[in-house]
Design a protein around this ligand. Structure first.
Ligand code: ATP
Length: 258
């Protein structure tokens, strides 16, 4: 593995590869459920992390986000080991949209967005000006729901809010877990296209865990398929899209194919 560039707590990271793991183990209580994971995500790139239920996708995201300690190997995110420092990573530009969305039912849309301070050195944006611009440009529906409690929103509106709140932190790396779960395909496609646009415009890296495999591969640049904690297939999204049989076999059999 290449030498890591050291990154201090508040030092902006200027490397191209923002997520890189080498033989990473991820799991619980010291027991790996993901083994020897070599994964890379560059700026401006969307990488899909795919695989059947229980493959270890969420566990991987939680480890990279600093919510679970690694159980072997190495990982660097924005140049530093994630350790168990989710709050510091968030301040430096790592955003996670968890599978349960992590919203507060009693808080309004506006209150959620007010909490989303852009990452990096303080730029005085305590009033959520950047969040307001993200809403205006990408989620105009939320603009009409600003004073509604989140618990009263539809599933699609809640997911828009969860994604919008993460984007409002202006992340360098966005990790999204099962964004399309329970959503109408049209809304899921719309959210994915927003991620695609922002990733391209702002050089944001996206690590996407998705059950809607083909929808994910339509926006992704590259993909990895995990099965029972091992990478059984990886490649360019176009290759994975065009070789459905290979992809299906990786899902069903978990046999190492390439
Ligand atoms: P899904 O699509 O169902 O969410 P996944 O690929 O995200 O699947 P994980 O949630 O990462 O899979 O789970 C991987 C393995 O880790 C599973 O066998 C699961 O039972 C186990 N696991 C998940 N959470 C815990 C936990 N808190 N403690 C122990 N084992 C866990």
């Amino acid at each position: 593995m290449k030498r890591w560039r050291a990154a201090g707590r508040d030092t902006p990271f200027d490397g191209r590869t923002v997520v890189e793991t080498s033989q990473l183990g991820a799991g619980y209580a010291g027991m790996p459920v993901v083994r020897q994971l070599d994964l890379r995500v560059d700026r401006g790139e969307i990488v899909a992390l795919l695989g059947p239920n229980g493959a270890g996708k969420t566990t991987t995201l939680m480890t990279l986000a600093g919510l679970l300690p690694p159980v072997g190997g190495e990982a660097r995110i924005l140049g530093s080991p994630p350790g168990r420092r989710a709050h510091l990573l968030a301040r430096r530009g790592v955003a996670l949209v968890p599978e349960d969305r992590g919203l507060f039912p009693g808080l309004t849309v506006a209150e959620h967005l007010r909490l989303a301070r852009p990452a990096g050195p303080a730029d005085g944006d305590t009033g959520g000006r950047y969040a307001a611009s993200v809403v205006e440009e990408h989620f105009p529906e939320l603009g009409r729901l600003m004073h509604r409690a989140c618990g009263l929103l539809s599933g699609g509106e809640q997911q828009m809010l969860a994604v919008c709140r993460a984007l409002a932190t202006r992340p360098a790396v966005l990790m999204v877990d099962e964004m399309s779960l329970g959503l109408a395909p049209k809304i899921a496609e719309r959210l994915l296209s927003v991620l695609k646009r922002i990733s391209a415009d702002q050089d944001m890296a996206v690590l996407l865990v998705e059950q809607h495999v083909h929808m994910a591969l339509d926006v992704a640049d590259r993909g990895y398929v995990l099965s029972h904690g091992d990478v059984v297939l990886q490649g360019d999204a176009s290759y994975l899209r065009e070789n459905r049989a290979v992809l299906a076999s990786a899902y069903l059999g978990g046999v190492a194919l390439s």
